[in-house]
Design a protein around this ligand. Structure first.
Ligand code: XMP
Length: 533
């Protein structure tokens, strides 16, 4: 991705924070890529990195089969920063002494930076002498290799950092990438800018310019199709591809009937009218309701929706008359002649490499709208595959997408089908849409939409007794789910103020026909999941 920008290569030795290192480098406006530690040297060096960062990792350097330091890292070509395990690897490889510590140092620790400062450059002078940092290690460096000086120490780690300025090799025992480390961002920025000499070219404008060039190069004059769901990823993809190839792009938007209130209109309005994108909107509500009739099992709902979605999408594409035409001018023989744009993000790319995906227990079948028709021949166009979500959002804003799209909370592919628990009928879907719209309105009014990572209403598969006027009611129950989370892997329930909850509850029972009770879900993930199904 870095044909025009400086880049940093990060070697991943298995730390849970490796992605965070990449995020921090990007936040310093420097492009970087994360590679498995044993990636072929040509691949890593193909990036022409201006510096290499070695991540932490769960191993001891003495574990049998522990990840090793690739030889090219220390051949002196570019500066190196080793973090935690990365530091121990450097010490061991360059002739220092690494020992198993008598006790693990884990958590918040105070370190003293030694005079001469971190990387020996001006910016380091701005750091205080004493820092509270995040440590998580067993092994420790007991003697630095020849040519190194000690740059930091803590009570349990007399050598909490080391540097060989002449060779440009630096190492720290603590984790500058985590929020718990004071001035961690500056330490990383200092390394990539002052030590490696990277500029600050990785900005939305730079990303857009470079992406457009790449999309044009990859697409040539071929038609591009994009399944648009209205979520952040597919929206930014569509806007970016449209900026690059204009009317070569056709977006297909499927209204499954499982969307939120006014969502379909908003997507059509934004993309067709405001962005001027050629958009085929399909109303497939009846078809989806048909296949969901009588189905209550969550996985069965997901399976049927996924399958139907692909079928509807396929039949739309087939009717577009842009099927592969081998004789199309400008297309090399053998190339697939239609491209499918998808909003794959960098974390998806990184995570799909790991073995965890295959071994992890299946909790739910996640799928995205815009799923790939299995037997259709497309070439994939994934312009966001090197971007983190926050970068994709910034690009979307810079391309003129409204905040309501760019800051949209995640919405599951199967839509409201997994929020209408039990049987799905049009009446129940409408009930949930109305309740959810009230929730969104009140959160917006209280300025809480951005403070909650995800907030939505769920229609429960039970009825409850109530009293209205002088009469008995026996109606449905709505649960409100609102969570805060950084990564959606774990989540806490949002502490929405009581007054706001009171307004939401009172409006829902008064304004939504057929609902007489509202509950607030106060469960964390785990053990619950964010969605109820
Ligand atoms: P759970 O419920 O597993 O959800 O805690 C984690 C995040 O994933 C979203 N989610 C989905 N996203 N397709 C998607 O694209 C799906 O099938 C799907 N199911 C859940 C959920 O909304 C939350 O943000």
């Amino acid at each position: 991705m870095n044909s025009h920008t400086d880049g940093i290569a990060i070697l991943d030795f298995g730390s849970q924070y490796s992605q965070l290192i990449a995020r921090r480098v990007r936040e310093a406006n420097v492009y970087c890529e994360l590679f498995p530690w044993d990636a072929p040297a040509e691949k890593v060096l193909g990036l022409k990195p201006r510096g290499i960062i070695l991540s932490g990792g769960p191993n001891s350097v003495y574990d049998p089969g522990a990840p090793q330091l690739p030889a090219y890292v220390v051949d002196g070509a570019v500066p190196v920063l080793g973090i935690c395990y990365g530091m121990q690897l450097l010490a061991k490889a360059l002739g220092g002494v690494v020992a198993s510590s008598t006790h693990r140092e884990y958590g918040q620790t105070d370190i003293e930076l030694d005079p001469g400062a971190l990387f020996g450059a001006a910016r380091a002078a701005m750091l205080p002498r004493s820092l509270s940092v995040w440590m998580s290690h067993g092994d420790r460096v007991d003697r630095v290799p020849a040519g190194f000086r000690v740059i930091a120490h803590s009570a349990n780690s007399p050598i909490a950092g080391m540097a060989d300025d002449a060779r440009g090799i630096y190492a720290i025992q603590f984790h500058p990438e985590v929020n718990h480390t004071q001035h961690g961002r500056e330490i990383i920025a200092h390394f990539v800018h002052d030590v490696c000499g990277c500029g600050s070219e990785w900005t939305s404008a730079g990303i857009i310019e470079e992406s457009i060039a790449r999309i044009r190069e990859q697409a040539g004059n071929r038609p591009v199709i994009c399944g648009l769901s209205g979520g952040v990823d597919s929206s930014v993809t569509a806007a970016l591809v449209h900026r690059a190839v204009g009317d070569q792009l056709t977006c297909v938007f499927v209204d499954t009937g499982l969307l939120r209130k006014r969502e379909a209109e908003q997507v059509i309005d934004t993309f067709q009218r405001e962005q001027g994108i050629r958009l085929i909107a399909v109303n497939a509500t009846e078809e989806f309701l048909d296949i969901l009739q009588g189905v209550t099992d969550p996985e069965e709902k997901r399976r049927r929706i996924g399958e139907k979605f692909v079928r509807v999408f396929e039949s739309q594409i087939a009717s577009l008359d842009i099927k592969p035409q081998p004789e199309m001018p400008g297309v090399s023989t053998g190339a697939k002649t239609v491209m499918l744009a998808q909003g794959t993000l960098y974390p998806d790319v990184i995570e799909s490499r790991g073995p965890e995906r295959q071994t992890a227990a299946k909790i739910k079948t996640h799928h995205n709208v815009g799923g790939l028709p299995k037997d259709m021949q497309f070439e994939l166009l994934e312009p966001l595959r090197f971007l983190f979500k926050d970068e994709a959002r910034a690009v979307g804003s810079a391309l003129g997408l409204p905040d309501s799209i760019v800051w949209r909370q995640p919405f599951p592919g199967p839509g409201l089908a997994v929020r209408v628990l039990g049987e799905i009928t049009w009446e129940r879907l409408e009930r949930l849409r109305d309740a959810d719209a009230i929730l969104q309105e009140e959160l917006q009014r209280a300025d809480l939409l951005r403070a909650t990572s995800q907030a939505f209403a769920v229609l429960l598969p039970v009825r409850a007794v109530g009293v209205m006027g002088d009469g008995r009611t026996y109606s449905e129950v709505v649960a409100i789910r609102a969570v805060t989370t950084d990564d959606f892997m774990t989540a806490d329930w949002a502490r929405i103020p009581y007054e706001v909850l009171a307004r939401i509850s009172s409006r829902i029972v008064n304004e939504v026909q057929g609902v007489n009770r509202v509950t607030y879900d106060i469960t964390t993930k785990p053990p619950a999941t964010i969605e109820w199904e």
